[in-house]
Design a protein around this ligand. Structure first.
Ligand code: ADP
Ligand code: MG
Length: 621
């Protein structure tokens, strides 16, 4: 038998490699633009014809190549970016595998003009299907200009696999968006069939997001900024109320490289838990800076999968820093939490071994009945100021308010001070009663209260839902059920379907403080209710709870207790039309801002909004 194994010619090996790196025009754009970035370009121009099928041209003002390098660049595994295997663990460039140009030249017609900055004469190379057609000296602009024509001309199967031009162009745009987001200091232009799609100057990241995704999106952005020894996380996240039902504005970058990371995506989603409208995904643009040696980029040729050394620690940090930013923003940034400083996320020491959850200390002297008032519904709001830290910040905001107003009054409104001094006497009375806070109820539905940046409007029902929900959750977490026995137990009958539904949540209701027994034949008896519901009619609460569960889109089985707590909070919150006393209003505000997520009701509806001062100034101009 003769020997049958042969080495493949380079051109065939390159074509096979191209299958992995170059799948469509967008991959060519990505590779060429990344090379331009690695070459230190500050200006990159992309020009396409027929979504890149006929022509992909990428030109840059980067360092350019010598004539030898220009020829070498098309060889497989030829790279200037790493020298040894050790360098693989410290990659700071976008490329390093040295296979993109060889792959592209194997499946297209490529012309390269390149000139180094200190040279007058540059190099021209023409390669077609891995064959060098021409190489000569030429005079050209400093930098590099690639023209890739007739992609996949020699791989018909690949060419057939390409989608409609509109789809291919969409892929290119996605690729350009990712690179342009990660490099807002570089100017880019993208032209398709002589029509300009993007003309991006050197921007800051916020402005670039605005240009790429529309002006509205910048107003909706909340900054994120966390520095730890393991990772720095910066960037922006979108407000929950603007979250969309579809993916499209979710971006992670690590050391300026776009990456997909479903595990980290979950960290962001968890940070938004319970404040998002159902089934929606918030936008985020998060940039991680890590030590290059702590990640592995070399998992897949397209390098969008990245492995992290301390994945779970980073997961925690993402969640914490997104949460912190949401908290800061939701409770109206410039007012109070701005002063709270940045978060400290404790880092586990290296070689710490298994991370153990913190132990919960239980105070044996704690008497739940003493605290009961803290959880009460509206009629008991008075006289129970929560000594919560956040609530104190909140108080401070009001104390500072009058003083800051004076300091900040813009010059063009010379009478503003005067107006401030001539406050409504009624309001002054309110202020005296409650740490100089001014507030009142409007239409028995909203609570209005001035804050530093404008007028805050709080939805009374949603606010109460949030308070009750967090109190219920505290009960669940601490297992400190407070049930109040009924003097006259209520019996009630349900239709078979509702009875079945109630039976399915009886255990959860028990944890929350309901003592309900199933009498058989779809009859039930309520012996006790949660302490915090003391004034609501238990029957009404159960009825609206069942209605709420029926209409809720979420599956009760998942996180059953949390969902029951949310439904219960909705069912037992004060309604619109309930006239509140001043003490109750103050108590509601205090308790709301003692909540961890005051801005949103448990079902993700907005609890409050601030009408900025500028808004009034505009109205009255
Ligand atoms: P890699 O980027 O992984 O090194 P490529 O095949 O993409 O591999 O490029 C090969 C080499 O060609 C690069 O290492 C770089 O030295 C050179 N090169 C490619 N594009 C440019 C460019 N636009 N400007 C300057 N040099 C370039
Ligand atoms: Mg490259």
């Amino acid at each position: 038998m003769p020997d049958i194994i042969q080495l493949l010619p380079d051109s065939v090996a390159n074509q096979i490699a191209a299958g992995e790196v170059i799948q469509r025009p967008a991959s060519v754009v990505k590779e060429l633009v990344e090379n331009a970035i690695d070459a230190g370009a500050s200006q990159i121009k992309i020009n396409l014809k027929d979504a890149g099928r006929t022509l992909i041209q990428v030109s840059d003002n980067g360092c350019g190549m010598s004539d030898t390098d220009a020829r070498m660049a098309f060889e497989r595994h030829a790279t200037s970016k790493i020298k040894s295997a050790n360098d693989l663990f410290e990659i700071r460039t976008m490329g390093f595998r040295g296979e993109a140009l060889a792959s592209i030249a194997a499946i297209a017609d490529v012309e390269l003009h390149t000139c180094q900055h200190d040279q007058e004469i540059g190099t021209f190379i023409h390669i077609n299907g891995s064959k060098v057609i021409k190489q000569e000296a030429t005079s050209c602009a400093c930098g590099t200009n690639f023209m890739v024509k007739n992609l996949f001309f020699n791989v018909p199967a690949r060419r057939k696999f390409l989608k409609a031009n509109s789809t291919e162009l969409k892929h290119v745009i996605t690729e350009v968006q990712r690179i342009a987001l990660a490099n807002s200091d570089i100017s880019f232009s993208l032209i398709h069939n002589q029509q300009t799609i993007y003309e991006l100057g050197q921007d800051n990241i916020r402005k670039r997001i605005g240009i790429l995704f529309g002006k509205n999106s910048t107003q909706n952005l909340i900054p994120v900024n966390t520095e730890t020894s393991l990772v720095n996380i910066t960037g922006y996240i979108g407000q929950p109320k603007h979250a969309r039902k579809t993916f499209g504005e979710q971006f992670f970058f690590v050391n300026k490289r776009y990456m997909r990371h479903s595990f980290f995506h979950k960290a962001v989603m968890q940070a938004y838990e319970k404040i998002l409208p159902p089934d929606s995904i918030p936008s985020y643009f998060l940039f991680f800076e890590v030590k290059p040696e702590s990640i592995d980029i070399n998992i897949h040729p397209t390098k969008t999968e990245i492995k992290f050394e301390s994945e779970s620690a980073i997961w925690q940090m993402i969640r914490a820093s997104v949460r912190e930013s949401l908290g800061r923003h939701n409770v109206v940034p410039s007012i109070d939490f701005d002063q709270a400083g940045s978060i400290e996320i404790p880092l586990p020491p290296k070689n710490a071994g298994e991370i153990r959850p913190p132990e919960i200390e239980i105070d044996p002297t704690y008497n739940p009945f003493e605290e009961e008032k803290k959880f009460t519904s509206i009629p008991d709001f008075a006289n129970t100021p929560p000594d919560n830290k956040k609530a104190q910040y909140w108080e401070k905001l009001y104390r500072d308010f009058a003083q800051e107003e004076e300091e900040e009054a813009p010059e063009e409104f010379p009478n503003e001070k005067h107006i401030n001094q001539k406050q409504n006497p009624l309001e002054i009375k309110h202020e005296e009663q409650h740490n100089s806070r001014t507030c009142f109820q409007f239409k028995n539905k909203y609570i209005l209260t001035p804050v530093k940046s404008g007028l805050m409007v709080i939805d009374q029902k949603r606010a109460h839902e949030r308070i009750l929900f967090e109190n219920f959750m505290a009960v669940i977490e601490t297992n400190e059920t407070v049930s109040q026995q009924q003097l006259f137990p209520h019996t009630f009958d349900l239709n078979p379907a509702d009875a079945e539904l109630l039976r399915s949540v009886l255990d959860d209701l028990k944890v929350l403080g309901f003592d309900i027994r199933d009498f058989g034949n779809n009859s039930f008896i309520i012996n006790g209710t949660p302490g915090m519901l003391d004034n609501a009619s238990p029957l009404e609460v159960i009825e609206s709870l069942l209605e709420d569960i029926k209409s809720s889109a979420t599956d009760l089985k998942e996180k059953a207790r949390e969902n029951v707590a949310a439904s219960l909070a909705r069912a037992s919150a004060i309604s619109y039309g309930y006239a509140m006393k001043l003490e109750e209003i103050n108590q509601l505000i205090d308790q709301l801002f003692a909540c961890s997520t005051p801005n949103f009701s448990p079902s993700g509806k907005q609890v409050l909004t601030i009408m900025p001062i500028e808004h009034f100034e505009k109205l009255l101009k």
